[in-house]
Design a protein around this ligand. Structure first.
Ligand code: DLL
Length: 435
């Protein structure tokens, strides 16, 4: 049995880590300034020269990079290596606007796969495991990222891609998959299908799942763990930073360790751009210090998050990020109240519903409306109108207690909400259509 444990890096002491980050950052800033006119112009505009960046303590002097910059520079404007030295392109799953296109040299692919291999190792993966990759393959980084990491660890890799759920379960059984990698919403769907096929966790050999690419709650984690009989680990990343593996959960499951030898995190106030002290909630910003083709300096992710550094029972010293609370642009302002879909998901699961729901926000007569359709299980289903109305009222009350505003809850029949095989679409904000 072989594993992929980078103890020298993952347990490095803070002073040494800062030294490593600083050395890499100084080189990266030089590389970017010399090779990317777009960055050079941004730095010149802010009056910052590479010589001003001597260590991580100078990071705050650099200008931010945002999604708008990526769009403006699309497709080649941020490329820092000749295309002839690039070996891969991946892209975001976004369906609106221009996609983000990321480029990789062989060094960048290796770095990315190393990060994912660390994540699989932290979830208990070794060369003895059979790793079923049910993230989408293609331009999306989920399939390619977990696939590459699984190879690095030496797992027997099953490149299923997403979809065809009964076949996923059949392969899982026939080939004895021990690790499942997919989005949490797809994991919940696989768990549901397993039970519908008359099977239980005892009929499969899964022990762990590595789930990410979308926000998911602790309640959702427990639902998945129970239905598949596994321990479910979170993994985070974005196309711009390579893909999955920027951060990953260990056995302690109290946040995700950031691979900070490659990605330096900061938390900023999304309104003012001011760097916030450790432990504050704000927008997560990453600087990729040793990516070659598509380096990012102070990239604003729009994910709202918190960083904490402390002792972890796994021995890793890498800083931790909490589960992202959603993107700043996922937050809905309904009748003046900030609402995250995850808050609604928490209440639904606590109240005994499965995580199959759809949130619709609209504006009628100048007032915001919040409608939540929630699916009943076969056991919860009733054809007595009064029963259903009582349940709707109880659920609306529990959601009001959480959010402070009253939703209209619609309990809908089993199987009427479309299941997700990738990133789930849980919110439709129709107000945007009127604007
Ligand atoms: O979703 C990369 C990925 C693939 C991560 C597989 C994990 C597993 P994008 O499509 O570019 O890349 O979307 C990135 O997804 O900014 C977050 O808003 C969200 N996200 C990713 N991981 C998590 C997570 C991939 N664990 C965007 N929890 C990010 C919450 C996540 N949100």
């Amino acid at each position: 049995m072989a594993n992929y444990w980078h103890e020298d890096i993952e347990c490095m002491d803070l002073a040494e880590m800062k030294k490593l980050q600083s050395e890499r950052l100084v080189k990266q800033v030089q590389h970017v300034y010399e090779n990317v006119p777009y960055y050079r112009a941004k730095m010149d505009e802010k009056g910052v020269k590479p010589a001003d960046i001597q260590s991580v303590d100078d990071l705050h002097k650099l200008p931010f990079l945002s999604k708008a910059d990526l769009r403006e520079a699309y497709p080649y404007g941020l490329l820092a290596k000749p295309l002839t030295e690039c070996v891969r392109i991946q892209s975001t799953s976004g369906t609106t606007g221009k996609r983000v296109v990321a480029f990789y040299t062989q060094h960048d692919v290796d770095l990315w796969e190393d990060c994912v291999a660390r994540a699989i190792t932290a979830a208990g993966g070794t060369s003895d495991d059979v790793c079923q990759v049910a993230y989408g393959y293609g331009l999306f980084t989920g399939g390619a990222g977990l696939h590459g990491g699984s190879h690095k660890v030496g797992c027997l890799t099953l490149p299923m891609s997403s979809g065809n759920t009964e076949r996923q379960i059949q392969f899982m059984r026939d080939l004895g998959s021990t690790i499942l990698c997919c989005t949490p919403s797809y994991a919940a769907y696989i768990g549901e299908t397993l039970h519908e096929m008359g099977l239980t966790p005892d009929d499969i050999s899964l022990k762990a799942g590595i789930f990410g690419a979308e926000p998911w709650t602790e309640e959702m984690r427990r639902t998945i763990e129970k239905s598949l009989g596994i321990k479910a680990y979170d993994i985070y990343g974005l196309t711009e930073t390579s893909g999955p593996g920027v951060a990953f959960e260990c056995s302690e499951q109290t946040g995700m360790h950031i691979n900070e030898d490659h990605f330096i995190p900061e938390i900023i106030d999304p309104e003012t751009g001011e760097v916030l002290p450790e432990g504050s909630i704000g927008e997560l910003v990453f600087t990729a210090v040793d990516k070659e083709a598509f380096p990012l300096l102070r990239y604003r992710t729009r994910d709202l998050c918190k960083l904490t550094r402390g002792k972890c029972s796994c021995g890793r010293t890498l800083i931790k990020m909490c589960k992202p609370m959603g993107r700043s642009d996922d937050m809905m302002i309904i009748r003046g109240v900030n609402v995250f879909p995850s808050q609604i998901e928490t209440v639904l699961i606590e109240q005994g519903y499965a995580p199959n729901y759809l949130i619709e926000v609209d504006r009628r007569n100048n007032s915001d409306t919040l409608d939540i359709s929630v699916e009943m299980s076969a056991e919860q289903f009733s054809d007595k109108m009064k029963d259903v109305q009582d349940k709707e009222k109880a659920l609306a009350g529990a959601i009001k207690t959480m959010l402070g505003i009253s939703p209209k809850v619609h309990l809908v029949s089993p199987k009427s909400i479309t299941r997700s095989e990738g990133k789930a679409v849980r919110v439709i904000d129709k107000r945007k259509l009127h604007d």
